[in-house]
Design a protein around this ligand. Structure first.
Ligand code: FES
Length: 247
């Protein structure tokens, strides 16, 4: 190795796979990417949703997707690539039909998140960050999804699966593998990761109102407050900071 060569300590964290030039991006995709760019006062702000749309079409962040986003936004491919490789929701290799996320942040970990992740690795025969050889499932360890009141949680294509147990997680994988209809415990019917990516990009599929608006644990405090007649103080009756100081 020459003295000028860079060695990564994260061998699997490379950039976009430039060897795979395949793409499904067509004129309609380009039109939709332009539409996203036009939704923002600064077109460049649209890059994140645009990359989600690229994933919905190509199943990953493809070299062609990077070029098209750069062209539309008038920025360099290096700038697009820098964003695409920074966020973990963007995949550099083709994702599976279903994306399985297992939260192992503090509260979910205390409630069994690590056990769930191990169970899923064993069940799917892959490690965190990998996709099954048949392309059905991708598995990721995820950070807190603001659903701690339902810990431990998993996600399927970013829809919540609350209060999971290892047994229920196994059943969930079996149901998805068999193509059965599966509903999020607090959201829409499960479609596919690519379809979910299109929704995240900003093209609704009409399912946003499926499932309960808020789960019971999330509104427990509100219910207790209502039972006791508690309510927030009237903002008009709260002295401004300056008045406070002058007292
Ligand atoms: S720690 Fe898992 S959702 Fe918050």
């Amino acid at each position: 190795m020459s003295g000028h060569e860079f060695t990564s300590y994260f061998p699997n964290s490379g950039g976009i796979d430039l060897d795979d030039q395949s793409t499904n991006i067509d004129d309609k995709t380009i039109e939709e990417l332009e539409q996203l760019a036009s939704r923002y006062p600064q077109a460049r702000s649209a890059l994140l949703p645009m990359l989600h749309l690229v994933q919905s079409v190509d199943g990953r962040i493809s070299p062609r997707g990077i070029e098209v986003c750069a062209d539309i936004l008038g920025i360099t491919t290096a700038q697009v690539s820098g964003v695409a490789t920074f966020y973990t929701m963007y995949k550099r290799r083709p994702g599976g039909r279903h994306h399985i996320g297992v939260c192992t942040t503090a509260l979910c970990a205390v409630m069994g998140g690590d056990v769930l992740l191990e169970r899923m690795e064993h069940k799917l025969g892959i490690h965190d960050g990998e996709t099954t050889p048949d392309g059905t499932f991708s598995l990721d360890r995820i950070e807190c999804n603001a659903a701690c009141d339902f810990a431990p949680i998993m996600t399927v294509n970013w829809e919540f699966m609350d209060n999971m147990t290892p047994e229920r997680a196994d059943e969930l994988i079996d149901e998805l593998a068999a193509g059965q209809e599966v509903h999020s415990t607090r959201g829409a019917r499960i479609t596919s990761w690519r379809e979910a990516e299109r929704v995240i990009a900003g093209f609704p599929d009409g399912r946003a109102d499926e499932g309960p608006a808020a789960g019971d644990p999330s509104v427990l405090g509100l219910r207790i407050a209502q039972e006791h007649g508690w309510h927030a103080p009237d903002p008009a009756a709260i002295p401004a900071p300056a008045e406070e100081e002058s007292k």
